[in-house]
Each structure stands twice: as C-alpha cells, then as structure tokens.
Design a protein around this ligand. Structure first.
Ligand SMILES: *Cc1c(COP(=O)(O)O)cnc(C)c1O
Length: 388
C-alpha cells in the first residue's frame, strides 16, 4: 500500500518508451497512430511482456466474444509486470471472474436501449442527451457499462443513425445539452469530429456540448495542438475525462490535459469506484489532488454499474460514502466529486451523500461537521419562546 505522500511525489511518473517495447519504439512513441497500431490485443502479445496469472490467462481467452482486450503501449507501460493486484492491470486485463454470473447483473445496466428515440441517441433527462457516436475506444475498460455494444465483438451492435439523430435534435428544442460519448469520440479524426460538432453548433437551441473521453489517459499522444485548435472553435465545449488511479496521471497525460485547458476547455473527471483499484481514501485523495494539478475538476464518482461479469470489481456503497466523508472538509471543496449510482434499469444518476444531519425538527437542524462535532442551526420560523 502506497502512502499519500508517495503518490504526491509520483507526479512525475512517466510512461515513456521503451518500457515493455524495444528501443526503436522511442522514435514513434509520440505518434498516436503508432500507439493504436501497436496495441496489445492478444494473449501471446501480452504474455511476451508480463507474467500472467491463471485467472488472467483464462479471462483473456474467454473475453474474445464479449469485450475485446486492447491496451495502448502508453497505458501498458503503467502495468506492473509481476503484481496481479496492480490497479492498472485490474482495469484493463480480463480475468476469469468476468465469466461469473450474478443474478443482479444486467447487460444494459443503465437501461439505455429503452431510452433511445433514435438508435445511438439516449434521451433520458428533459434537457440533455447522450449521443453514442462510436463503439470503439483506444483501450477497453473491463467494467465498461456499454460492453454490450462496445469493441465490436459482442452479439449486439451500436448502429448509430447519425442523420436521424441530427434530425431528432433539430426537432427537439427542449434539448440544450449534448454529450458525445460511445466508445470514444476522440478516436475520430479531427475532420470527422469537426463535422459532427459543426452540425450540432448549427442547431440554435443546443447551448452546451461536451465530450466524454478516456483518450487523454489511454492515448495522450492524441491530444495534439491541431485537435485542440479545432475543438476551440466549438465553445462552450467541456470534456469529461475518465481516470481512476493517480498512477494514470503521467507527465504525458498532464501535458495533454493542460493543452486542452489552454484551449479554454473546462475539464471534469468521472471515476468509477473499483474494488482493489481505488476503493480507499488514500488513493482517492491522491487522485483528486493530482487531478487539480492537471487542471481537472473531479466531477462524478460512480458506484460501479451492475454490468455482467463485474462482481470482482464492485465494492460496497458504504465504501463510497466513507471515501466522500474522508474528503469533505479534509481537503479543497473543488477536489470532491459527487458520488452517484446510476439507477439500475434506467433511473439516471442518483446522488449519494454521507449523512451530516443528526436531527431535523420544525425548529432546528442538528448537524455534525467533518470532525464529528455537533452544531445547531435554528429554522427561521422558530421564534425563541420569550418573543412569542
Ligand atoms: C450521464 C448522462 C447524462 C449527463 O448527465 P449530467 O448529470 O448532466 O452529467 C445525460 N444523459 C444520460 C443518458 C446520461 O447517462
């Protein structure tokens, strides 16, 4: 277990070549296309680099028709060669537990398929939509909430209908916020992404656009000055990144994030609470501090969705509450994400907070602070008895 100090000092972790790659790889390392071409997609490739456990080996063999394995060289270099409990490894290398069935699990845990007015467009909330623009990512998270359609190897396909989606948005003035996700939208070329954003920007009632992407973490080389210059034309544009562990915030990742911030893009982070990865206060505190150093505001901390084969990565709700309690008051308010559960079957994001209200009557609220001390706040209508 690393201490918080150790993590704070680890700001300059690098994921540079060669790492697991031959020296010649250094020449191409910063080319994102090279990174994508050289992803690790098979058991043989992975086994030539690290020592796998039996659980991992069988997991990889069985993942082929469920959710593909794919790991960028950049991210691979963060994997600990010998430690099967490495927090990076648990996120990206399949394990046999993925084939375990739990009756509570669902293939579409957030009930998205039943909220699509057009294939690929999820309209659950009154004023905003989730637009699934692609089914591909730079690497695949083993707890992917959309594993049913992502990576192209499962039974279901995404089949987004772009033209119908744009027409729906044009004809639905209640939508003022569009969230591009997938898959990972930043996998598109600059030109393709520019066309999508330009089309959205032509719709007058769409005020706010955001992109959900893990590319800044998996493939920071993609965050080129050209990409940033293109994105900058479509403000107000926000980006939500996805990082779960302080080790992921390498110097290359930090540089990419700062480049996005310099283009005027406000950055938020969405983390998933994962057992053995980030389900303790020390790791979370180090993560949120490093995020602020990278100019990213921690946005949401998600309780892991009930996705099929995720039981080994799910942790209790009490753990999540304990983490928030360990942050609130103890560190900058800006560093604290909102803990949420996406209501299974389609409830949307529901906030969870530690309970700071000890007692609430018509006359007063009894509160406790982060140190456990109690305070009384009188309600405005509670006149002291002597004035009545
Ligand atoms: C998460 C999500 C959004 C965005 O929610 P915010 O709370 O505004 O970030 C929109 N639509 C769907 C279907 C979502 O899952």
């Amino acid at each position: 277990m690393s201490s918080a100090d150790e993590y704070d000092r680890s700001m300059n972790i690098q994921s540079h070549a060669p790492g697991y790659w031959p020296l010649e790889a250094m020449e191409k390392w910063n080319d994102h296309k090279w990174q994508l071409r050289n992803r690790i997609n098979s058991l043989e490739e992975l086994e030539s680099k690290i020592n796998l456990t039996r659980e991992e080996r069988s997991g990889i063999l069985l993942s082929g028709n469920k959710l593909a394995m794919s790991i960028t060289p950049h991210y691979m270099n963060l994997v600990d060669k010998d430690d099967p409990n490495c927090p990076i490894r648990r996120q990206i290398i399949p394990r046999i537990e993925e084939t375990w069935e739990d009756p509570a699990e669902l293939s579409d845990p957030c009930g998205e398929d039943s909220h699509m007015p057009v294939p690929g467009l999820v309209h659950r909330y009154p004023d905003r939509v989730l637009f699934l623009v692609t089914d591909r990512c730079a690497s695949y998270c083993r707890y992917c909430t959309r594993s049913r359609v992502v990576s192209g190897v499962g039974e279901q396909q995404l089949e987004t209908q772009y033209e119908a989606a744009f027409e729906y948005l044009e004809n639905t003035p209640s939508v003022r916020d569009v969230l591009l996700s997938g898959g990972d939208p930043l996998l598109f070329t600059d030109a393709k992404l520019d066309r999508i954003l330009t089309r959205l920007r032509q719709i007058p009632h769409i005020q706010f656009v955001r992109i959900g992407s893990r590319i800044p973490i998996f493939l920071p080389q993609r965050i080129t000055p050209e990409l940033c210059a293109m994105l900058k034309k479509h403000h107000p544009l926000f980006i939500s990144i996805h990082t779960n562990h302080p080790k992921e915030l390498t110097t290359e990742v930090q540089q990419g994030l700062i480049r996005l911030a310099e283009a005027g893009i406000p950055l938020g982070n969405q983390s998933v609470l994962l057992k053995g990865v980030n389900d303790d206060v020390i790791t979370q505190r180090a993560l949120v501090h490093k995020l602020l150093m990278c100019r990213v505001k921690p946005y949401y901390l998600y309780q892991c969705d009930l996705i099929e084969g995720s039981s080994h990565l799910r942790t209790s709700v009490s753990k999540g509450l304990e983490i928030i309690e360990g942050l609130r008051g103890h560190t900058s308010g800006y560093a604290i994400p909102q803990y949420v559960i996406d209501g299974p079957g389609g409830g949307g994001k529901i906030p969870l907070n530690p309970n700071y209200v000890v007692q609430h009557t018509d006359n007063q609220v009894v509160l406790r602070n982060y140190e456990g001390k109690e305070f009384i706040y009188p309600e405005p209508n509670s006149m002291p008895a002597f004035l009545e």
